[in-house]
Design a protein around this ligand. Sequence first.
Ligand SMILES: [Zn+2]
Length: 250
Amino acid sequence: MPELPEVETITKQINRMLPLKIKNVKWSKFKKNLLKKEEINLSKSTIVKSYRQGKAVVMELDNGFLICRLGMSGGWKFTGEYKHTHLQITGKFVLKYVDPRRFGKLYLVRSLDDFKVIDICGPEFNLEYLRSVLAKGKGELKPFLLNQRYFPGIGNYLASEICYYTKLRPNTPVKKVKDLKLLLASIKKVIALSIKAGGLSFHGGYHDTSNKKGGLKTKVFWRKVCSCGESITKIKQNGRSSYFCKKCQN
Ligand SMILES: [Zn+2]
């Protein structure tokens, strides 16, 4: 599932190609399932900018915004033919929304207001912010990191990796997390490493706009052995797999 670094990669790649004056828009028969709001007419627009808002792909138009949540398997492509293309935008180049499992959602809206979230990569995501959300935090650390209200864009692999860098196990109670500086640094570090590597691909998942895989090498997620030599332990938390090293995280 694409998380913050994968969305950042996609939006940067799209942004480099812009502007795109749209000449033709073609939807698949699943338009109604995917397009959740249609306040503006895409076929008369120009895409001027593309950026990330949390885990959402934002395409800024001259008359509004095309916002896309990628869901489990959504992606944007410049090249290639794909069986599950649900939206094809044609101008001086072609931009395709491809989504085999169709859990993605698209919105054509006049304003971005309903989609604004805190940016984990921005200065407002700081020690003070972390202190305030941890005070409200219940349960275990890794599931807590998946709460999109507090950590928009953090998904399953980032959360496992963040726990590794904090040297805490994924099932550590949130109340017992004391070193907020380390937690903040770990969040920023894991995200920066992944963005630099162009995200993570595993189990035939995420590919970028040119259909290339992400290059991130994880420490514990989807791994069998830790760099310390210890076997990686896999547990389930709220039905999601968590990975950790018993030796490095305790
Ligand atoms: Zn280890």
